[in-house]
Design a protein around this ligand. Structure first.
Ligand SMILES: [Zn+2]
Length: 250
């Protein structure tokens, strides 16, 4: 398993972009399981549906994070390293001490923007995947405007428009409008990093997560003033510019 040999390098790559060292927390554990499912199908010990090659779950909270990955190693049709790296970014972010205020702040899509966007950005921009010399599995590695747009289309299944609506007020709004398309939250996070730098975006998200409690309601004017403080613009304006940059994802 190629990623197994590289995992120390992948962890170090995330650590260059985060302040915390979750593995030093008392009581913390990080469990990563690779299952194989040589028999395939629904009768194996850890059965996958026939059309699913891999499954990852990330559960836990500050100081007690657990990530489990089920990987149908024999039948995987693509290079799995970015998916692993995505989960490693979660491991750091979910073990950072915050209030998890993003859900009250950005709504139902709050984590989709702040957590999944960050993990997608991290898995395609932190680590330089060495050439896979073990097999010919294709490596998805979107890192510029054109390849990110293609990635979003691929994630969306090429069937329907990438966005069901474009009248946004909040970064969390893209969750429903994109039907939970990870390529779309990556495109937004990547765009923000290009425009404002990663440190600023991390600072903004961390500020929100630390300042607000999950169950409080926050007036729109306050969200606008926080966005002004970190980005110099309201979210609504940033989102308009993101749409323009990506030609409205047409
Ligand atoms: Zn994720």
């Amino acid at each position: 398993m190629i990623a197994y040999e590289e995992i120390a390098g992948m962890l170090k790559a995330v650590e260059k972009h985060r302040d915390n060292k979750p593995y030093l927390l008392k009581g913390n554990s990080f469990s990563l399981y690779f299952f194989t499912n040589e028999n395939g199908g629904r009768n194996a010990e850890y059965p996958f549906p026939n059309d699913v090659q891999a499954y990852t779950s990330t559960n836990g909270y500050y100081g007690n994070m657990k990530t489990e990955m089920l990987l149908n190693a024999d039948k995987n049709p693509y290079d799995f390293r970015p998916t692993l790296q995505h989960e490693l970014v979660h491991y750091y972010d979910q073990n950072a001490k915050t209030n998890d205020g993003y859900s009250s702040y950005w709504g139902v899509g709050g984590a989709f923007f702040s957590r999944e966007g960050a993990a997608e950005y991290g898995c395609y921009n932190y680590y330089q995947y060495p050439k896979n010399t073990k097999n010919d599995l294709p490596l998805t590695w979107p890192k510029d405007k054109k390849s990110i747009l293609e990635y979003a289309k691929q994630q969306g299944g090429y069937r329907t428009p990438l966005l069901s609506q474009t009248d946004f007020r909040s970064f969390g709004d893209i969750y429903n409008a994109s039907n939970n398309n990870y390529g779309m939250t990556y495109s937004l996070y990547w765009y923000l990093v290009q425009e404002y730098g990663e440190a600023k975006i991390q600072e903004y998200i961390t500020y929100v997560n630390n300042k607000y409690e999950p169950n409080q309601s926050i007036p729109q004017e306050e969200k606008d003033s926080v966005a002004m403080k970190f980005l110099g613009k309201k979210e609504e304006q940033v989102l308009k510019e993101w749409l323009t940059y990506f030609n409205n994802f047409k």
